[in-house]
Ligand binder design. Sequence first.
Ligand SMILES: [Ca+2]
Length: 236
Amino acid sequence: MRRKMIGSAAVVGALVWGGLTAPNTANANPYPLITPSLGTAIVDGVANEWDLAEDFFAPLYRAGKSTHPVEGSVHLRWDAENELLYALVLPNPGQFFIREGGGVGHDDTFIKLGHSNKLIDADAATGFAWIDPSTYGIYDIAYGWEAVVSLEAGFYGNLNIHSQTFADGEDQTAAVENRAIEIYLPPFTPSDDDQDPVTPPPQDDDPVAVPEPVSAGLALLGLGGVILAGTRRRRI
Ligand SMILES: [Ca+2]
């Protein structure tokens, strides 16, 4: 019986200990593999602020099919505080995107949720910029593009990024896999540096003094107790 009680106490102790020391998972990211880099960018058609490896998010496939050739890459940064998603979309090295011409229009270059909720396309007056635009035969071309869109934090299962590229001698659709990939945009959580410091209560440098009369009174009470105890002891 005692062994059992000891065992139970040990289990309870372990639970308490575990509860006190378990990592705090309340703010843990549930989707780390589909979360873009955190940060911002400048949508100006110059991509030198991007880290292509660190910010890589997904490939672009011909016709949006992962069994087809890769035609480019999507790089993303998430500004959680302002709920802005920045994108850098690039063709393969040596290739280019078609801005317009040959049946391709500016509305063929876009970021959508699903097929109909367009967040931005190349016609946008702000929040979109081509990289190194020029011409090639009948085409207006560019070597990539930057864009920024406003999105609420959360999980999306249908991010659709699309551009037209030129490969194997003709224009090709380049899109994320199945034109719908998952992405998680974590909510903004202020870092410790952003929080207001806790102001400690004012401290009085002078030590707290015990008033003299009280101290004297306590001493007299103590002396009285000693005398009383001695008196009782003599009577026994
Ligand atoms: Ca830029």
